[in-house]
Design a protein around this ligand. Structure first.
Ligand code: PXP
Length: 256
């Protein structure tokens, strides 16, 4: 069964819009776990635009209490590594980060940043966290991730999601094929394969049907749907679609 990690960053985005304490991402994480999330994902950005240090500490306490993994997303920089080492989450995902971006726009350059990333991967892994690199599914970045010591690669599905939204099914199919090939390559190198970014009810099934996928991390769409259908039903529907994709041949862009 594919694990579903629910990213609760945007509960904090909503809270921070008013600068108060409500809604609390930790309450949302508890509800997500009750609804069937296999883990909680949160990104501590350098500018603290959504999740803050206290949220991350409380999320780790909740995950320990509930026996669920916390996936701590962060930039590959020393200050953040220090916080992750203190937090001791089950997993850390290293992502590229730019202050001016609206969201994580592309994959990490594991090849170009080998010397920066490798000691951070080692320190986090020695501290007991499973480390993944958030990359594009291109062969040299997959090989480079292995060389950096990553146990996991998470493929950035943003371009695939946007292309499908724009109605370019041919390009989306090509991107999907590259991710299928990348998943095989990473698996053959002994790394676990995850996917995330921009996944929705309409585009998740083709990704969930990739045989090597072990985990999907989904945030913005689920939190958005929580406003209309509710957080629990949104997670349950995502879970249903992911499971259904394993037993059928999903058509690109179609909900099962
Ligand atoms: N995986 C990683 C590594 C991310 O950084 C994010 C958030 O940008 C996600 C998954 C979730 O993406 P989304 O919020 O678009 O579902």
């Amino acid at each position: 069964m594919i694990r579903l990690g629910v990213n609760i960053d945007h509960v904090a985005t909503l809270r921070n819009a008013r600068g108060g304490i409500h809604p609390d991402p930790v309450d949302a994480a508890r509800l997500a776990i009750d609804a069937g999330a296999d883990g909680i994902t949160a990104h501590l950005r350098e500018d603290r635009r959504h999740i803050n240090d206290d949220d991350m500490a409380r999320l780790q306490a909740l995950c320990l209490e509930q026996g669920k993994p916390l996936n701590f997303e962060m930039a590959a920089v020393d200050d953040m590594a220090e916080i992750a080492i203190k937090t001791k989450p089950h997993a850390v995902c290293l992502v590229p980060e730019k202050r001016e971006e609206r969201t994580t726009e592309g994959g990490l350059d594991a090849a170009g940043l080998h010397n920066q990333i490798t000691p951070i991967v080692r320190a986090l892994a020695d501290n007991g966290s499973r480390v993944s690199l958030f990359i594009e599914a291109v062969p040299h970045q997959i090989t480079a991730s292995k060389a950096c010591g990553a146990q996991v690669v998470e493929f950035h599905t943003g371009a695939y999601a946007h292309t499908l939204d724009a109605g370019d099914t041919g390009k989306a199919e090509a991107l999907l094929e590259a991710m299928r090939t990348g998943a095989k390559q990473a698996d053959a190198l002994g790394m676990e394969v995850h996917f995330g970014h921009g996944l929705t009810f309409d585009n998740v099934t083709a990704i969930a049907a990739i045989p090597e996928v072990k985990e999907l991390n989904i945030g913005h769409f689920i939190i958005g749907e929580a406003i209309t259908m509710g957080l629990k039903p949104a997670i349950q529907e995502m879970r249903r679609l992911i499971d259904a994709a394993r037993h059928s041949s999903p058509i690109l862009g179609e909900r099962i």
